[in-house]
Design a protein around this ligand. Sequence first.
Ligand code: SF4
Length: 348
Amino acid sequence: MYEDILTKIINHPDSVTLEEVAFVLSNDQLTPKLFAKADEVRRKYLGTEVFLRGIIEFSNYCSNNCLYCGIRAQNTNVRRYRMTSDEIVERARIINEQDIKTVVLQSGEDPFYTKDMLGHVISAIKSLGLTITLSLGERSFNEYSYWKALGADRYLMRHETADEELYEKLHPGDRFENRKAHLLELKRLGYEVGAGSMVGLPGQDDFSLAKDILFTYELDADMIGIGPFIPHPETPLKNAVAGTLEKTLKMVALTRLFLPDANIPATTALGSIHPQGRQMALKCGANVIMPNFTPSPYRAQYALYPNKICIMESDTACGECTKALVRTAGYTVSQSHGYRRRRMREQL
Ligand code: SF4
């Protein structure tokens, strides 16, 4: 039955039920078969290439209070920082010099950066010939449209959980329907859109996780970032149990079967709960890594969760380090800008 479901996901994903996805998630004995299938699908559609995206976490101010997040507004123990426009563009230049073609601009939801300020940053980075992913949280539809017109290529906004009730508990004052409306608007505007979820949240079960996978499939997300929940000691969820490596890898692998040509990162959070976490993710379907280019001293202050890796390294070391990681895992570093290359679904 397990293998029949995997075949059905690969060949007829529209007919797969929530119960079937949850069943695969709940089974531990046959997980190696799932991982092998995910790697087979990944190699068939994407070869061995891994895309690198240099991330700049330019502000850790946030007006929100997501219950799991270390930089939530109510955490007064965070030393807050904001990079200037010149500092951000300078880091993009360094990313370009390391032959990495995509820059991810990430921050908390920080209205200090206006539409025009970010517009200038986007124009300056585009003039370097780089591809830009924005990851700024929920902003106005008008801003999304303006930044797209200036050349922003992608927008990354994880949905975190597609379980509506859980979403509302974790995000005070926000609703899942609202998050979904933002993602749909970004798609309509022509961005490559990234969604994604957290694994192991308190109150989440295999059915909730199955909803996450079906949601990203229905959205036809271009990128899907999946990481384990890691309790931060200065949040209301400090005593909750963390998500596991195994369950997160299963989510990565299943997502690869549903979306064979999408871009799926081996997330930093996976590398933070296990020293080989990112390599393992590459071997079960992931095809993207996001080396950190946030400069010191800011890097250590962008702590969404504790024990994040790569915060003590020299602030330009992550590019070469992740290239070496990709090669030693048996994959190749892509020289391309890493757009999603859509392919017709093939029977396997
Ligand atoms: S998860 Fe994002 S939006 Fe929520 S508090 Fe953290 S930085 Fe802000």
